[in-house]
Ligand binder design. Sequence first.
Ligand code: NAD
Ligand code: MG
Length: 386
Amino acid sequence: MHAKKRLAVFGSTGSIGTQALDVVRSHPGIFEVAILTAQTNDELLLQQALEFKPALVVIGDESKYAKLKSALASTTITVASGEAALEDAAALDSYDVMLAAIVGFAGLKPTLKAVENGKMIALANKETLVVAGDVVMQKAFENKSPILPVDSEHSAIFQCLVGEARNPIEKIILTASGGPFLGKKPNFLVNVKRDHALQHPNWTMGAKITIDSATLMNKGLEMIEAKWLFNLQPSQVEVVIHPQSIVHSLVQFADGSIKAQMGLPDMKLPIQYALGFPNRLKNDFPRFNFRNYPNLTFEEPDYKTFRNLALATEALEQGGNMPCILNAANEIAVWAFLKNRIGFLDITAVVEKTMQKINFIAKPTLEEYFDSDGEARNFAASMMKL
Ligand code: NAD
Ligand code: MG
């Protein structure tokens, strides 16, 4: 084992990626950066490369390669580009932990490569488990590749489970803030525009997950993510709305006792916990104070208004390729919404119709997951005349 943990930050220019580099910056004696990757933001990637001096950077967008390469010409940093280069990077031996912080289906292939490479994965990219959870978990088991959650809810559950290895889980309760439109009804949501939906009350995140939080699809994806991470039955996964985002999730055991993990909403905490595991690293993040939060409240989600949560629950229960179909349709619909091409409630309509249309496969192979993803994307796009 190296003196320092060598990190491969996949998606280093995003919301999770940049916060992870903040954590690295505060703990120079513990972490070093071996690999950084980004899709389009070559300028930020360059800046990060000059600061953290990884051995390798990968820029997904090949049109940015020449510029990045020449900007780093006077350094020893290797520059690579394209989708295949991401997988090649994940297959290297030169790192210890992959932070999987690419957004969407695009994160699946590099993460799978890292799993096959037996690396520890700090998983932010929930879509990886939503799309092909059984394949990913099976490969992780075979290759002894630990998957540590970064998603705050799953980190909370993971933290509650420390010391409980012999105690079966009765159920888990995922908390959801409810997003910016908590309490609103369809007659309001029908007119919601992109910029309003991008304003989350408690968390600052990338655009896609911010929209998913507003539609509650994010919580649906997290139910599916939790099923795979903690080996649960669909009936063991519950959701409760908790607008203050202080209780990050809960686990109920066989004796009815419930453990919760709490803290201010700050993604740096779960990122740091995953990267530093099993140690808790000292930091100076603001501390929670009960005086500022006299009321922590909990309520049932409104499944009728936020139908994405009902659709995701359905996909969770059906299993097979249904979560993959749901995810693909949602990615396309959210993209269209962000481009002002469809309305807020259309996102749900697109997901629902795509789930009805694409052939159900009960036990897909990895190739069949890729095919289902492609078919669902094409169908969803054609429906929206994209
Ligand atoms: P983001 O959009 O801010 O960043 C995404 C990163 O992925 C960027 O570095 C981008 O360059 C890269 N990327 C985008 N498309 C790519 C592609 N096709 N190929 C390769 N790289 C690509 O997203 P984010 O908010 O940081 O979220 C990242 C992941 O973490 C998502 O799966 C999200 O659900 C999950 N997550 C995020 C948060 C949060 O607070 N932001 C919380 C929990 C989970
Ligand atoms: Mg979350």
